[in-house]
Design a protein around this ligand. Structure first.
Ligand code: ADP
Ligand code: MG
Length: 653
């Protein structure tokens, strides 16, 4: 391309027009991002000049304060983004604005065609998603101007060139642009958007200011607007020769990029409120800079209180993603696992493309690395909180414990660390507060105790008073009391901790290992033989309702309890699933009876078969009720009980 000083008309490279169409179509729903893109380019240009001026101070001329300005001209219907940065010369205009910076590649054209193909074959959504992904990969930021503008002028002068070497690029975005050498007194670039009739809303300075606050608050460059535009006192401004006054409308410093040592707790707290819209202060935070092949900064916060919508599956979560100080997206959920969805904060990457889309985040290896590191950072933060500030940790746990309990299922690799952070109610305490850690449990384990025992039930009271705990209480063995819905999910994914097996006390044949009293064990086996008849009669009478009947070693005060197989779904889980409308396999429990209990002895002596049947059904139903279960036919139970009582009264007992 030869460069000449006269006005000339040039064609875009073929792909540019296609890309323009695509950009306008796929980004329309998000059109205000044009301002972010232009401010980002302007800020880049200023940062480039800042860098070059390190070796050539002359480049700054008499205007050393780098900044970006956003100006409105209501009469002309234009919005201008102006910078005093590095500027663009004529050839660079052709090379950068006139073509897609990183375009021309076969890959791009192919991908684009595929996207359009999908769109044309009626798969509009697929085409659009592919389009957004392309935009993310190829960075077509400047072209987003055409979402809102019918004509765009780029007026620029390269730093270091004299005023007459300015250049003006203009286009309506339909395949052609003009290029003209002009005079421009100040260095840098003005991008002038001649707004489409239907986009005149962007002539409102406050609208622009809001967008700047949203997207560009923490870019490192000040963004200024005219005081007058923002409602300064017009009379005063009207003094003819008064220089226009500007007001900085963004914060202009990226807090997370500042040195930790320079930042006070109050700075961190204020920033947390700013990004989280939380009125309360954060509980704790972690601020890290990572250097190397994947450079980024992460500033992560633990809130004090759970948001009201934490359990809403549809609710977005995640931290804010920035790329080189430019805001990219809120709630980048790929940067934080779902089980840490309460974490707020910022990740600022030096390596991702500025236009990265959610689709790209799905597949990017760098993102996986960042997520993995973020997870570890939050775990460390929680660990030190638990260790050094247990009260704060308890606050955290009470708010977010149920979310953290999803962790072992979702994150195999970090299971053990998550295990260390869990807290439970326990028979060790009287309260229902979840405050016992597995480590504390392990410290209190009895000599000869191998397993960590727990019970799941649908309320703290049902767990604490379950007949299954009787033998444990008698032997002074602690049992963890689990009654959150998520607990079933937790224990089906966390099978051991510190090499110790987590064992449900309601499952399988109770194996107390060395805790078991040999004598008792033998006595039970002996009893099993001696009372064979009773066990058989019970099984016959209860039939298909149960799997088997056996003598219990878990009971002290209760006549009977029900038990499921070691590898079967617990009765509690079956209830949880039923409550949310899920099909559960029908399971038959095993009935365990306490031969020392008078009721069982009375049953054994019963010769009337009708009475025996009624009594055994009552015993089974009671065992179900005692552990918080529901009866299939409650009125039948009540009927049998009433019959029993009537008999009692009539016989004068
Ligand atoms: P990207 O910013 O990802 O490179 P853009 O489409 O936003 O893509 O911009 C394309 C190129 O145009 C930039 O890389 C830069 O070379 C040039 N450019 C855009 N705006 C400016 C500006 N205000 N000052 C200097 N150069 C600019
Ligand atoms: Mg850009």
């Amino acid at each position: 391309m030869t460069v000449d000083a006269h006005k000339e008309t040039l064609e875009f490279k073929a792909e540019v027009s296609q890309v323009l169409d695509l950009v306008i179509r796929s980004l329309y729903s998000n059109k205000e991002i044009f301002l972010r893109e232009l401010i980002s380019n302007a800020s880049d240009a200023a940062e480039k000049l800042r860098f070059e001026s390190l070796t050539d101070e002359q480049l700054l001329e008499d205007d050393p304060n780098l900044r970006v300005r956003v100006l409105v001209d209501k009469d002309a219907g234009t919005v201008t983004v102006s910078d005093n940065g590095i500027g663009i010369n004529r050839q660079e205009m052709v090379d950068t604005i006139g073509s897609i910076a990183s375009s021309g590649t076969r890959q791009f054209a192919d991908a684009l065609r595929a996207a359009q193909g999908a769109a044309e074959h009626g798969e509009a959504e697929k085409g659009q998603a592919a389009g957004e992904e392309l935009i993310g990969q190829f960075g077509v930021g400047f072209y987003s101007s055409f979402i809102v503008a019918e004509r765009v002028s780029v007026i620029s002068r390269r730093a270091g060139l004299s005023a007459e070497h300015g250049v003006c690029w203009q286009s309506e975005g339909h395949g052609r642009y003009t290029l003209e050498t002009i005079e421009k007194a100040s260095r840098g670039t003005d991008v002038v958007l001649h707004l489409k009739e239907e986009e005149k809303e962007f002539l409102d300075p406050w609208r622009l200011r809001t967008i700047i606050g949203k997207f560009s608050d923490h870019i490192a460059m000040p963004v200024e607007m005219l005081k007058e535009d923002l409602g300064g006192d017009e009379d005063e401004e009207k003094q003819a020769d008064k220089a226009p006054e500007f007001e900085q409308v963004n914060r202009g410093t990226a807090l997370w990029m500042r040195n930790k040592a320079e930042l006070s707790d109050d700075d961190y707290k204020a920033f947390y409120k700013h990004i989280s819209h939380d009125f309360e202060e954060p509980l704790a935070w972690a601020h890290n800079r990572v250097e190397g092949t994947n450079e980024y900064t992460a500033l992560l916060y633990l809130p004090k209180r759970a948001p009201w919508d934490m359990w809403d599956r549809e609710q977005k979560h995640g931290v804010k993603l920035y790329v080189r100080r430019v805001f990219i997206m809120d709630e980048a959920d790929k940067l934080m696992p779902h089980w840490l969805r309460f974490v707020k904060g910022v990740v600022d990457s030096d390596d991702l493309p500025l236009n990265v889309s959610r689709e790209i985040l799905q597949h990017d290896r760098k993102i996986d690395t960042i997520r993995g590191a973020n997870t570890k950072r939050v775990l460390s933060l929680l660990e030190s909180l638990a260790k050094d500030e247990p009260e704060k940790y308890q606050t955290f746990w009470n708010e977010f414990g149920r979310v953290l309990k999803e962790g072992p299922a979702e994150d195999f690799a970090n299971r053990e660390r998550i295990g260390g952070l869990l807290r439970f109610a326990s028979t060790h305490n009287e309260t229902d507060e979840q405050s016992v850690s597995l480590d504390a449990y392990i410290e209190r384990m009895k000599d000869g105790q191998k397993d960590l025992y727990y019970i799941t039930a649908d309320s703290p009271a049902a767990a604490r008073h379950s007949p299954h705990l009787e033998v444990f209480r008698k032997k002074g063995v602690e049992v963890l009391l689990l009654s959150d819905r998520v607990d079933e999910w937790l224990v089906s994914n966390l099978h051991e901790y510190q090499g110790k097996h987590l064992q449900s006390v309601t499952k399988g044949k109770l194996d107390l290992g060395d805790l078991a009293d040999k004598e008792e064990q033998e006595k039970a086996e002996q009893a099993e033989k001696e009372h064979e008849d009773l066990l058989k009669r019970l099984k016959d009478s209860l039939g298909e309702r149960i799997e088997a009947v056996r003598v219990s070693t878990r009971l002290v005060d209760s006549p009977a309890c029900i038990v499921v197989g070691e590898h079967e779904m617990s009765a509690n889980l079956a209830r949880v699933l039923k409550a949310v409308g899920q099909e559960t396999p029908s399971m038959k429990p095993t009935l365990e009876v306490n031969l020392d209990h008078p009721l069982v002895r009375r049953l054994e002596a019963e010769s009337d078969q009708g009475r025996f049947d009624d009594l055994s059904l009552i015993v089974l139903d009671q065992a179900t009720l005692a552990e918080g279960g529901q009866l299939d036919d409650p009125s039948a139970f009540v009927g049998r009980l009433n019959k029993l009582m009537m008999n009692m009264f009539m016989s004068g007992a």
